[in-house]
Design a protein around this ligand. Structure first.
Ligand code: ADP
Ligand code: MG
Length: 698
């Protein structure tokens, strides 16, 4: 008894020293924790391939080969040629070069495991896994061997892959009989899941691919299901009636604005406004995420939502992540509001004291209906008479504390309704998790008349042709964006890079025929606004900038977006940038300039960008290529939960299934009081599935 909570130091071959090492490196102390470290991949050692049999479309394979020679075509690339009688191939290393030169001596035989890839028409393996070769004639074990997460320190401390496997075998032998089922019988049955003990045994030591898939499906489902259960349970609680400010009518300002619209709303805009309207009159607090691609018309939805608040005698605010965007929102919104007589003001870090005082007074006496601004809205002395709705544009740039401040500003002690808008298309699976407790509205239809943007990938050798093209567009009265990435660790060097590009452009586009504006993060707000305004108003032909223009900036007359060192941007970011053009009537272009040294993968990503403009397709691909942790918008905070085995990038279908099932369970038993759900309550209580306030909106 008690094996699960026994320290790992009592496992054969461990002892206090290795136990401490395992704890430090893997965070495990007990045998029960150890068996929850799963292999992250499996080596199919059931067969050794001949080099001549390899193809670039194979996944992991092993070859047994002798080192023939090593070369260093550049200081950063070690190339080791190996042969097995059937053929020769190259093993490539970009790191650990010294160590590999030492161990991969000419004439030595090894087992190389990796993914064959094609390079210059020949096959190679990049960073293969290397093991001692089996003795001549020895047959492979014929099993799937798990590969566990490891570190240099673990390996140096003697905990190699083989040792890990041995430890797991003894840990399982001791502890498995004590492992208790975590999911109710009916959940297993409904979803065709194998029992936990069986799953644990076979995730570590599968006899074949079939049992491995059963084991991994059970463990993944459990994680995704409990996570969704935890999120949705929260939502069941916060969405109870009486927790929000009731806004029963649509009201006259809404109707006045609607009647004066210069265009017909798209079907998607109408649907979303209905969804919001239903929330607002429900008496429960709205927590809604509005997703819509760049240019899909979210601003109008935000304005009409604010007008519902005004029509019911309340106020609204709209927060944007940067001053540039806040000002642009303010300008657009003022136009839309003209027919309604509703007063709107702008509050940012550069608002003067005098104007500030006026705004504060008008907010408090209720004569100011809508306040647009940056996080300056959150300051303590910004007090509303009756705030009922907060619209947040691109919420991921706001911290949790900042959001809490906003919630405290609601009318009558109730939290304001919240509409979060994002133009970063988040893959559905990720949205379901990050925003599991939010309702999601999607504008999946573009306003009519938006022309596709023609995208091209070029190398810097085509720059003079590019400049020629830019001159032609400018001569036709159009404007051009040129964007530089943040390349260096230091802001100083980034600025240098941008500055060089700027000077290059100014030389190619000299005064008085051309005017070039520049915007970057190191400028004062005043300087930035001056330059932005020059471009927005059409006084400058070219805007050179870092990614400050990424979100939201609207210049319909701009027809060309040039993205320098495009390989350095994430796909979602490129998508955002491209969305800055194609907003006017004329044909628009996006030109990705990729450096000569761009890798094949990076080039493929850019080619994908050239082949589609669908933000969701791009976001899905981006997530697959980079993993959800690196996804735009989640970088700063990282993912708020740690999943052991399920992947938000790869297990989308299972996630949907788990979510639908979690909903079913909650509908039958909203507070999980029934005896059959006792196991679930116990699992949730352990806290693993509590989202670390990242997406907690209420
Ligand atoms: P988003 O914020 O979603 O990127 P915007 O709200 O800025 O998009 O809208 C992009 C452009 O489309 C704006 O110039 C806006 O006036 C216009 N627009 C919005 N809705 C419609 C519509 N239903 N029909 C035509 N044009 C629209
Ligand atoms: Mg916008």
């Amino acid at each position: 008894m008690g094996e699960l909570t026994t320290s790992i130091q009592y496992l054969p071959g461990v002892g206090p020293k290795r136990a401490a090492l395992l704890t430090r490196e893997l965070g495990v102390q007990t045998i029960g924790e150890l068996i929850r470290i799963y292999p992250f991949r499996y080596i199919d050692r059931s067969r050794i391939y001949k080099i001549a049999e390899l193809r670039a479309d194979m996944t992991g394979v092993q070859v047994c080969a002798t080192v023939l020679r090593a070369e260093m075509p550049s200081p950063k690339r070690l190339s080791v040629w190996v042969g097995d009688g059937s053929g020769e191939m190259e093993m490539v290393f970009f790191s650990g070069i010294k160590w590999n030169v030492e161990r991969l001596r000419k004439g030595a035989r090894f087992l190389f495991y990796g993914k064959p890839a094609e390079f210059n028409g020949r096959l190679n393996m990049v960073h293969p896994e290397i093991d001692p070769a089996p003795a001549e004639g020895e047959q492979p074990q014929g099993t799937l061997t798990g590969v566990y997460p490891s570190t240099e320190k673990l390996k140096n401390g003697g905990v190699t892959g083989k040792v890990m496997c041995r430890l797991m075998a003894s840990a399982l032998a001791l502890a498995l009989p004590e492992v208790e089922e975590t999911l109710p019988e009916y959940v297993l049955r409904d979803n065709g899941l194998v029992p936990l003990r069986y799953a644990l045994q076979n995730i570590h030591f599968p006899k074949d691919q079939y049992v491995l898939s059963k084991a991994s499906m059970r463990l993944k489902f459990e994680e995704l299901f409990l996570l969704q259960l935890s999120l949705l349970k929260q939502k069941f609680i916060t969405s109870r009636a009486g927790t929000g400010i009731p806004l029963p009518k649509v009201g006259e300002p809404f109707n006045a604005c609607y009647r004066a619209l210069p265009y017909e709303l798209t079907g998607a805009q109408k649907r979303v406004i209905h969804e919001i309207r239903d929330d607002l009159k429900s008496g429960a607090q709205m927590n809604r995420l509005l997703q819509g691609d760049v240019g899909s018309g979210k601003t109008m939805v935000a304005v009409l939502s604010c007008l519902i608040a005004i029509g019911n005698g309340y106020q609204a605010c709209i927060m944007a992540p940067t001053e540039v965007l806040a000002r642009q929102h303010y300008n657009n919104i003022s136009k839309y509001l003209a027919p309604t007589g509703v007063r709107v003001e702008l509050l940012t870090g550069s608002t003067t004291q005098k104007v500030r005082r006026e705004i504060h007074a008008a907010l408090e006496d209720g004569s100011l209906g809508i306040l647009v601004g940056t996080h300056a809205l959150l300051e303590d002395n910004v007090r509303f008479k009756a705030l009922a709705l907060a619209v947040i544009d691109e919420q991921h740039r706001f911290g949790v504390d900042q959001r809490a401040k906003l919630w405290a500003k609601g009318a009558g002690g109730l939290p304001p309704h919240v509409l979060v808008m994002t133009a970063t298309p988040i893959p559905r699976t990720l949205a379901m998790t990050l925003y599991g407790d939010l309702d999601v509205s999607i504008i999946d239809e573009m306003p009519p008349g938006r022309k596709p943007v023609q995208s091209m990938l070029i190398t810097p050798s085509k720059r003079s042709a590019l400049y020629g093209f830019m001159r032609k567009e400018i001569a036709a009265g159009r404007q051009v964006f040129v964007v530089y990435p943040l390349i260096f660790e230091s802001e100083k060097l980034d600025l240098q890079n941008l500055q060089n590009g700027f000077e290059d452009i100014v030389r190619a586009f000299p005064l008085p025929d051309y005017k070039v504006a520049i915007v970057h993060g190191q400028q004062s707000a005043e300087e930035k606004n001056f330059n932005m305004d020059a471009f927005v108003a059409g006084r400058a032909n070219i805007l050179v900038s870092t990614t400050v223009i990424e979100v939201g900036v609207d210049v319909p007359n701009a027809s060309v977006m040039v993205i320098e060192s495009a390989q350095r941007f994430g796909l979602s970011q490129l998508h955002q940038l491209r969305g800055r053009v194609g907003r006017g009537a004329e044909k628009s272009y996006c030109i990705f300039v990729a450096d000569y040294k761009t890798s094949k993968e990076a080039r493929q990503r850019l080619e994908l960008m050239c082949s589609t403009e669908d933000g969701f397709v791009i976001a899905e691909e981006d997530m697959k290529m980079r993993g959800p942790g690196d996804l735009e918008g989640t970088q700063q905070s990282g993912l708020p939960i740690n999943l052991n085995i399920a992947s938000l990038a790869r297990d989308g279908l299972l996630l949907q299934q788990a979510r639908a099932y979690a909903l079913k369970v909650l509908e039958a038993d909203p507070s999980l009081q029934l005896g059959c759900n006792a196991l679930l309550v116990a699992e949730l209580r352990k806290g693993k599935y509590d989202i670390k306030d990242y997406s907690k909106i209420s």
